[in-house]
Design a protein around this ligand. Structure first.
Ligand code: NAD
Length: 353
């Protein structure tokens, strides 16, 4: 075995159906006395439930949540947190609600208790993001890492299929790239492969039967492992390509994951025989091509498989390849414009890799 370094991250995980009811107890356990509760419109009912459970410890409620955490929103939430003298932030919602709680924790000495309702995985990473104008600045800081995460699969039952599929493929991409991105190590790979197994098994079921609680629990477990993997490693071709497509061409960022992942894996596979063999096994296709298995999973889950259906024009492909080539500095195989253009052409029409 190769020597390795692994900075394991701290955090308490409370996982199970109905466990959102334990949030007030978890908050009390931290010794919190003044809580800021973040819950957007989609999480309003859970927010009401938690607000009554928190009782006198609730100092302030906040319902404005915007994707990618605009700086102006973060500043207003921080000012409100100062005025209410909060010592703890409880966030209920997807990666955007967690992102706002992290923005507050970056500048205030507060503990974060996260109650995720999507498969973003942000709740177990020390990564934060803030957006000023069209530029998103991201960073890593242990102060933003939630102290407690309460996973309740019941909270994900109302997630619309489009968001479920995109969010789960985002999680799957975290698991896949963690196998070979900078920081990869055998411990994180074991977690990531378990995440792949869970998502592969339960995503098609959750897409067909959104109220299937075992499927929702399996997906949430996979998303948790994916978040752990992302929090300990970097990213490579897949994430950078999705970032360029989302940032430059205004595609819904999350929707690109299911389209790009099979092609990104096919691109890097020749450099990663061992990782690909383990990935294929986790995808239930031992000895087969994992890129094809990922494509089959996307089809079985009824998630997007073509850039065309996301609204990207064929004429934009060379520009996307040019920008991505400039951005991708770390990847198992070198990238060049011609090969990325070919990858994007396959992704545009949805050719099975
Ligand atoms: P999101 O939080 O924006 O949620 C997407 C939509 O789904 C929102 O309209 C939300 O209100 C709604 N929603 C959420 N849960 C719901 C539920 N259970 N039922 C019905 N509707 C629900 O999207 P996301 O994909 O969870 O997060 C995306 C954001 O998180 C991005 O800004 C991304 O960059 C960030 N992110 C950060 C990290 C990190 O480690 N820092 C990791 C992954 C994602």
């Amino acid at each position: 075995m190769q020597p390795f370094v692994y900075d394991a991250l701290p955090g308490r995980i409370v996982f199970g159906v109905g466990r959102r009811h334990e949030v007030p107890g978890e908050v009390a356990r931290l010794g919190a006395t003044r809580v800021l509760l973040i819950a957007d419109g989609a999480a309003a009912a859970t927010g009401d439930e938690l607000a009554s459970g928190l009782g006198a410890a609730l100092a302030l409620r906040w319902d404005e949540v915007v994707q990618h955490v605009p700086v102006d929103l973060a500043d207003r939430a921080r000012a409100a947190a100062t005025e209410a003298a909060v010592d703890t932030v409880v966030c209920v919602g997807g990666g955007s609600a967690t992102g706002l709680a992290k923005a507050i924790a970056l500048s205030h000495d507060v503990a974060v208790v996260a109650v995720p309702t999507t498969y973003a995985g942000s709740e177990v990473t020390p990564i934060y993001g803030l957006t000023g104008g069209r530029h998103k600045q991201t960073g890593r800081d242990l102060r933003v890492l939630p102290r407690v995460v309460v996973y309740d699969p019941e909270l994900t039952v109302g997630l619309p299929p489009r968001v479920s599929g995109a969010s789960a493929f985002n999680a799957l991409a975290h698991c896949v790239e963690a196998l070979y991105a900078p920081g990869a190590n055998p411990v994180v790979s074991a977690l990531a492969l378990e995440g792949v197994r869970a998502i592969h098994r339960w995503l098609p079921v959750a897409m067909e039967q959104p109220t299937h609680l075992d499927a929702r629990a399996g997906l949430l477990y996979g998303a948790y492992l994916a978040g752990l993997a992302l929090g300990s490693t970097g990213t490579a071709l897949h994430h950078k390509l999705c970032h360029v497509l989302g940032g430059t061409f205004d595609l819904v960022h999350a929707d690109a994951h299911s389209v790009i992942l099979p092609h990104a894996v096919a691109y890097n596979a020749p450099a990663l025989p061992e990782e690909m063999a383990r990935l294929a096994e986790a995808l239930g296709a031992p000895g087969a091509d994992p890129a094809g298995a990922l494509w089959d999973l996307a089809v079985a889950s009824h998630v997007p498989t073509t850039l065309a259906e996301l609204g990207l024009a064929e004429a934009d492909l060379p520009e996307a390849a040019r920008r991505a080539t400039a951005e991708i500095t770390v990847n198992p195989l070198p990238v060049d414009e011609a090969r990325l253009t070919a990858l994007l052409r396959d992704a545009h029409v949805g050719r099975r890799p």
